[in-house]
Design a protein around this ligand. Structure first.
Ligand SMILES: Nc1nc2c(ncn2[C@@H]2O[C@H](COP(=O)(O)OP(=O)(O)OP(=O)(O)O)[C@@H](O)[C@H]2O)c(=O)[nH]1
Ligand SMILES: [Zn+2]
Length: 345
């Protein structure tokens, strides 16, 4: 139990790991997980609790001396999460210890600005730096103009139009691949994520849409999260196409994505302004004089409502989990009292 290992793939009952020190290029080792699929976190400070967590791709973990059992999960410096369908855990970590989130969206068909805003919110929430990558620039007449439109909704975020087919615009992305940097690629199915990963890796590391179409099973998408070590020492994580639903909107992250709207709303006369018919509403004024588009306003409202809903749901689930815990504690207590050797009342 000395040097940490890096999780390069996380499946249900097992993880694949490589040594986290040195180039992550070696053949991964498969380590089975406990029945509950959880690993104890290594405390960050003296008062930190030892939570039990689901390991994710990008995690640093410790193995026992035999190298067969996971005994600890090192603190995460960032985590890309989405809402999980599960009843007990609130969120599912898609990737841990990420530095850059590449938000991939296609230029053809037209980019979906609402989806970009949603994925940016996911990215801001992770604690990593988002970068927007607009793919398939070779299929549209004015990729630069389209990139400008997208940049208007991607505040403080670099936006790059690229074509992997023509090997255009990839240089700024290659510049992000510094030794030790971890990048994760998110975006809708068919946006060209795997194609981009292969281009940045300089080799075929991911099966792409075209390849897979020929396997007789029709269209199928990336099913495993994978961490790809790149020649220059960066790590690249591909994710399966994240569907629009199930992304965790989070109030703090929304303030980043919609910093312009938040700033306008701060000028409303009433702090609890609903931006409908209130007097002195700066948002309505901005909509009237064109400072704010109806589309962006609606998109903001939608994600805000989702964030509020998520928060309430998280509270409910936390309360349920807490109740279950107490029930267990009480049952253990009674069992202990009645069990063999326990003092008879
Ligand atoms: N013309 C053009 N086509 C591209 C480009 N990048 C990707 N494609 C095509 O777009 C399709 C989808 O690409 P993928 O890389 O499989 O998409 P993905 O985002 O990984 O999709 P999932 O694995 O389903 O999430 C493939 O047919 C690619 O060949 C590009 O720059 N230009
Ligand atoms: Zn208002």
């Amino acid at each position: 139990m000395t040097d940490p290992w890096l999780v390069v793939r996380a499946d249900k009952g097992a993880v694949l790991v490589v040594p986290a020190t040195g180039p992550a290029t070696g053949e991964p080792v498969r380590v089975a997980l406990d029945r509950d699929g959880l690993v104890a976190s290594v405390p960050d400070g003296p008062s930190d609790e030892r939570a039990r967590l689901v390991p994710a791709v990008g995690d640093r973990v410790l193995l026992d001396d035999e190298g067969t059992t996971l005994v600890g999960l090192l603190p995460r410096r960032s985590a890309l999460v989405r809402d999980s369908a599960g009843r007990t855990s609130l969120t599912q970590v898609l990737a841990a210890n990420v530095d850059v989130v590449l938000v991939v969206e296609h230029l053809d068909p037209d980019p979906d600005l609402g989806r970009v805003e949603r994925l940016l919110t996911l990215a801001w929430r992770s604690g990593a730096q988002p970068v927007v990558v607009l793919t398939k620039a070779d299929l549209v007449p004015d990729p630069a103009g389209m990139a400008q439109d997208v940049a208007q909704v991607a505040l403080a975020v670099p936006v790059h139009a690229v074509s992997v087919t023509d090997d255009e615009g990839l240089e700024p992305l290659r510049a992000l691949l510094t030794p030790g940097a971890t990048l994760v690629v998110v975006g809708p199915s068919g946006a060209g994520k795997s194609t981009l990963v292969n281009a940045l890796a300089g080799r075929e590391v991911m099966a792409t849409g075209e390849r897979r179409a020929g396997d007789g099973r029709g269209r199928h998408t990336t099913t495993h999260r994978e961490l790809v070590p790149l020649p220059g020492g960066a790590l690249l994580i591909d994710t399966p196409g994240i569907r629009a639903v199930g992304l965790v909107a989070d109030a703090a992250a929304l303030e980043h994505t919609f910093a312009d709207v938040a700033e306008i709303a701060a000028r409303c006369r009433f702090a609890d302004c609903a931006h409908t018919t209130e007097p002195g509403c700066a948002v309505r004024r901005a909509l009237d004089d064109g400072e704010l588009t109806e589309r962006r306003f609606t998109s903001w409202r939608k994600l805000e409502r989702e964030a509020a809903y998520q928060e309430r749901r998280a509270d409910v689930r936390l309360a349920a989990a807490e109740k279950a815990r107490w029930k267990r504690v009480t049952m253990d207590y009674h069992r202990g009292r009645r069990g063999p050797g326990a003092p008879r009342p």
